[in-house]
Design a protein around this ligand. Structure first.
Ligand code: NDP
Ligand code: MG
Length: 394
């Protein structure tokens, strides 16, 4: 496909925060993109509405129990309907799909990303958990099939943009910026009482529930360190985190001559989504622009690893390697779900993840099956711990 022709998209997770913003990007560039496939899990009402609005060819619900409802909702539209993971994996390999947006949340996004890699597609990847769990396998396979993985995560998009035209060997280190989330500066005596409703109020970004909690605990930044490691082929000691509450500097690269390059912009996910979808083109748009007059100060500080222990645990998992990031991710998905349902407290999330990391056997060189097994076991151990803790405290 030439870079200027119409690009055919499969938007996985189209009903989520990233998915709906991707559709806004598509709508902002009439004629540039065509949506072939859309997928959602439970929200088939919105999925059907989106599919009709963009004239998709195929709409998939990964929750098979919603298939009949989706079918009814799309009756008479001529839009094909599919259900389940296997339908998703087939869909991303269709010849009428050029680019796959991976915007499913969590481990659930792994298989479809791998299927897109097998078909050598261009992949705009928001689903960072895929790289946390299986970054080594994913990047290796992508290099073999020629699938191009372009980051959607704002920090990684920033790093990618800073690295265009640079020699990867000239990178000394990278600095991932973190907003610090809604509890920046807070200490454990405060955090012990916070509830999900409070943690969901992010100061700069409106995102899905899971990543909002991850931002509040700083687990998001830990996941992003691991994501960066695999995306850019870095050593652990080359990856640093700096808290920057205004979320204007989206990340920085430091080169071997001491020079720093940063990418800046307003906190708006439509930018990195558009950059990944249109790459290597930069498309003009009318999104709101940054104005220095709106920001008196841009500030930077070190993260508080003692209070926000999830970040320390993620670094430990990254350093440990093997299946540790997979265990960390699975435990985190379980505790975030439990916290959202008020079953455990904010600080208990870290305690549980730490116990799960110790409780699931270490595998130094896991293949895909070993990763799936580690994920299942870690979820089980985490769920048991959550049950116990909920009985004791709530
Ligand atoms: P949301 O929760 O808003 O959306 C998730 C999407 O995935 C929805 O379409 C949802 O469908 C679908 N989904 C949920 N569970 C499953 C499942 N088991 N199988 C298949 N599909 C499923 O998440 P976000 O859009 O916030 O995040 C998506 C990904 O992008 C995450 O990995 C996140 O870390 C990453 N990301 C997000 C950013 C943001 O600003 N939101 C920024 C950077 C990265 P349904 O609606 O039907 O439940
Ligand atoms: Mg991010």
């Amino acid at each position: 496909m030439s870079e200027n022709s119409r690009q055919r998209l499969a938007l996985l997770g189209s009903t989520g925060s990233i998915g709906t913003q991707a559709l806004e990007v598509v709508a902002a560039h009439p004629g540039r993109f065509e949506v072939t496939v859309l997928s959602a899990h439970k929200n088939v009402e919105l999925l059907a509405q989106q599919a009709r609005a963009v004239g998709a060819r195929l709409a998939i619900t990964t929750d098979e129990s919603r298939y009949e409802t989706l079918k009814q909702l799309l009756d008479g539209s001529g839009i094909e309907v599919g259900a389940g993971q296997s339908a998703l994996q087939e869909a991303v390999q269709r010849p009428d799909v050029d680019t796959v947006l991976g915007a499913i949340v969590g481990f659930a996004g792994l298989q479809s990303t791998l299927a897109a890699i097998e078909a050598g597609k261009k992949i705009a990847l928001a689903n960072k958990e895929t790289l946390v769990v299986a970054g080594e396998l994913v990047m290796k396979r992508a290099a073999e099939t020629g699938a191009q993985i372009l980051p959607v995560d704002s920090e990684h998009s920033a790093l990618f943009q800073c690295l265009v035209g640079e020699d990867p060997d000239a990178v000394e280190k990278i600095m991932l910026t973190a907003s610090g989330g809604p509890f920046l500066g807070r200490k454990p005596n405060y955090l012990v009482n916070v509830k999900a409703s409070h943690a969901l109020q992010h100061p700069n970004w409106t995102m899905g529930a899971k990543i909002s909690i991850d931002s509040a605990t700083l687990m998001n930044k830990g996941l992003e360190m691991i994501e960066a490691k695999w995306l850019f082929g870095l050593r652990d000691e080359q990856i640093e985190v700096v808290v920057h509450p205004q979320s204007i500097v989206h990340s920085l690269v430091q080169f071997c001559d001491g020079s720093l390059k940063a990418q800046l912009g307003l906190p708006d996910m439509k930018l990195p989504i558009q950059y990944a979808l249109a790459y290597p083109q930069r498309l003009p748009n009318t999104f709101k622009r940054f104005d220095f007059k709106d920001y008196g100060k841009l500030t930077f500080e070190a993260p508080d690893l003692k209070t926000f222990r999830n970040l320390a645990l993620a670094i430990e998992a990254m350093n440990g390697g093997g299946n540790m990031p997979c265990i960390l991710n699975a435990a985190n998905e379980v505790v975030v779900g439990a916290f959202l349902q008020n079953k455990i407290g904010f600080l208990e999330m870290s305690e549980t993840i730490e116990s799960v990391l110790q409780g699931v056997p270490f595998v130094a060189h896991p293949d895909l099956q070993a990763l799936e097994d580690s994920d299942t076991e870690a979820r089980y151990v985490a769920a048991e711990l959550v049950k116990k803790s909920a009985l004791t405290n709530y």
